[in-house]
Design a protein. Structure first.
Length: 85
């Protein structure tokens, strides 16, 4: 819970990813609005997210100066890129 900073539809329109100040990204079923999964791992506010073109991966960015490539079906993140502050 907390302030929602972004929300985007998956390429096929079946899911929504939202990001929040509570350091999470969440997947939702677009038709029903039901929560599907909560993704954790960032150390600060998650500012945005987007789906890969095929909809299988998520990219999330955070105020912790990282971008994470996540597969919602498997954790931990596949890749983590660090940015200078």
């Amino acid at each position: 819970s907390g302030l929602v900073s972004s929300a985007r539809f998956s390429p096929d329109g079946s899911r929504i990813v939202s990001t929040s100040e509570d350091r999470t990204a969440r997947l939702w079923d677009a038709a029903s609005g039901d929560p599907l999964i909560e993704l954790r791992g960032h150390d600060d506010f998650v500012s945005s997210a987007c789906f890969s073109p095929d909809g299988r991966r998520l990219l999330t960015s955070s105020w912790d100066a990282t971008i994470r490539v996540m597969d919602p079906r498997a954790e931990p993140p596949r890749r983590i890129a660090h940015s200078p502050r």
